[in-house]
Design a protein around this ligand. Structure first.
Ligand code: PLP
Length: 367
């Protein structure tokens, strides 16, 4: 049997580089609570992403929950069911009702033309997702938000370093969340951040992430504990040094996939846009069973039989999560429902060789 291929693999700096980075922690003994590494990484990320008011957190999910809380969002949030469950869970866990909007067929992001009819007097926010690093229709979404006085919070977990019209994804809307999970293009082992347009929310998150502790030592409100520790921040400092190499290695694999699969009848590849600089985070394919002659699940199984792990990402829709008890029908978002049945993310990570990509595509084409 050929060597096992995982769907993802974490990028890592050289062992020596990382140990050099953390050595000073044995002298300072300052391991968390906005230490030197934490502050340095925040500054480096602001420079790299061309943003301000970036606040590091223990992971992306908690950053999203924190954004919802510090911005005081209540009532309903218009969002997408075609996402990782973290987006929906954050909304629910912060006491809001998710209102699910359908997605666009071509780039899988929320369909801005379908948002307006979903807005009620209870709506406080639109929470879209830059799925696979595809940037949402941000101008249309902003117009709607301005018309109804809503906040726009982007789940930008997939969009690290992506720019649209030369603007960083993190600058869109009122706030964005990035995930720095170990499997992401850029990571801090576990980690994430919130980026705010308004500095006041950055300051409030500093309190929220440290139990609600204010500058004068009083507890301003019932905050949480979601601080990033120094070892994670040090990993981020190292990984950010090599982000260019990491993205270009992924790009090479993506180009090889495209060469292999772009003319296969019944397999649709992620659309590329001229005004978007990609981070090559994922390689989703959409399988049309009528044209391809086999289903997404057939491909998934054939790859597994060949020791290759692909991921049905995203499937099922988050509107089908058990906690909703069937309150939302998948047919209310027909495009999202169809894509969730047909999409498959193929292995993609830094260092994925052309030979391995050819092997994966060979299995698909043999079907
Ligand atoms: C779309 C999306 N939202 C949210 C998250 C949550 O991020 P984290 O794992 O850093 O908590 C992830 C990734 O895991 C994600 O892919």
């Amino acid at each position: 049997m050929d060597e096992k291929v995982m769907v993802t693999r974490s990028s890592m700096p050289d062992f020596e580089e990382y140990t050099r980075e953390i050595k000073s922690l044995w002298e300072t003994r300052w391991l968390t609570n906005s230490g030197v590494k934490h502050r340095e990484l925040e500054e480096n990320l602001c420079r790299y992403l061309k943003v301000e008011n970036l606040n590091l957190c223990v992971n992306g999910h908690q950053a999203l929950e924190a954004i919802i809380e510090v911005m005081g969002l209540k009532g309903e949030a218009v969002t997408t069911p075609f996402t990782f469950t973290s987006t929906t869970n954050s909304i629910v866990r912060k006491g809001l009702k998710p209102v699910f909007c359908d997605i666009r067929e071509d780039d899988f992001t929320i369909d801005a033309d379908k948002i307006e009819p979903l807005i009620t007097e209870k709506t406080s926010a639109i929470i879209p997702v830059h799925v696979y690093g595809n940037i949402c229709q941000y101008e249309k979404i902003q117009k709607i938000a301005d018309k109804y006085g809503l906040k726009v919070i982007y789940d930008a977990a997939h969009a690290f370093g992506v720019t649209v019209d030369s603007v960083g994804a993190g600058s869109l809307g009122d706030a964005s969340m990035f995930s720095f999970h170990a499997t992401k293009v850029f990571h801090t082992i576990e980690g994430g951040c919130a980026i705010f347009k308004d500095r006041a929310f950055y300051d409030k998150l500093n309190e929220y992430k440290n139990f609600g502790l204010g500058a004068d030592g009083e507890i301003e409100f019932a905050g949480s504990n979601i601080k990033m520790n120094e070892f994670s921040a040090a990993m981020g400092i190292c990984n950010l040094r090599h982000i260019g190499q990491s993205v270009s290695s992924r790009k090479q694999a993506v180009l090889r996939y495209r060469e292999n699969l772009e003319n296969v009848n019944g397999i649709r590849l992620n659309a590329e846009r001229e005004n978007v600089k990609s981070n090559y985070a994922y390689f989703p394919i959409v399988v049309d069973p009528e044209k391809f002659g086999k289903t997404r699940d057939d491909i998934f199984t054939a790859l597994a039989e060949n020791n290759i792990v692909a991921r049905k990402y995203f499937y099922p829709l988050t509107s089908q999560n058990k906690e909703f008890g069937g309150a939302y029908s998948a047919s209310e978002t027909p495009v999202a429902n169809k894509i969730a049945q047909r999409v498959l993310c193929l292995p993609l990570y830094e260092g994925l060789s052309n030979d391995t990509v050819d092997r994966i595509c060979g299995v698909i084409k043999s079907l």
